[in-house]
Design a protein around this ligand. Structure first.
Ligand code: TYD
Length: 137
């Protein structure tokens, strides 16, 4: 998995004087079958979340409210994405190191996941991530 497999997906946006509406639907707007969704909220402004990678989880991250940065790393290259619009989803393939930081106050990060929660899917040590990347490449 390399950085060029990461996609910023523009979601449908139904503009309306009453307020806009966006949605995500498999298979056309979600590149995997949805198994779980979770959201990160009440993060103090400017705070960050520790980095990790997933051995099998693919995900789409949406800044439902406010903004934050997602830093993605394929073991060789690293790129920072600033998410600040609720009609964009960032697709993150498996085996990509991901960090989230620069949260604005009251931001909400929605994560759509291809797997159910499994602690064993997490790689929380960057050196182990790099070793596993080398062994699968
Ligand atoms: P974690 O994935 O480490 O959060 P982040 O992605 O922000 O780094 O999860 C934090 C805690 O929440 C951890 O103890 C596991 C628990 N958790 C669940 O029980 N179910 C879930 O679906 C998720 C995402 C986390």
């Amino acid at each position: 998995m390399k950085l060029d497999e990461i996609k910023l997906i523009e979601l449908p946006k139904i503009e309306d004087a009453r307020g806009n509406l966006s949605f995500i639907q498999a298979p056309d707007t979600l590149p995997f079958e949805l198994k779980r969704t979770y959201w990160i909220y009440d993060v103090a402004g400017g705070n960050s979340r520790e980095g990790h990678a997933f051995r099998s989880q693919e995900e789409v991250i949406v800044a439902l409210s406010g903004s934050f940065d997602v830093v993605l790393d394929d073991g060789v290259n690293r790129r920072r994405y600033h998410l600040c619009r609720s009609y964009y989803g960032l697709y993150v393939p498996r085996m990509i190191w991901r960090e989230m930081d620069n949260f604005s106050t009251n931001s909400v990060a929605l994560v759509l996941s291809s797997t159910c929660y499994d602690e064993a899917d997490y790689i929380t040590d960057y050196a182990i991530f790099q070793n596993e990347k080398i062994s699968i490449s």
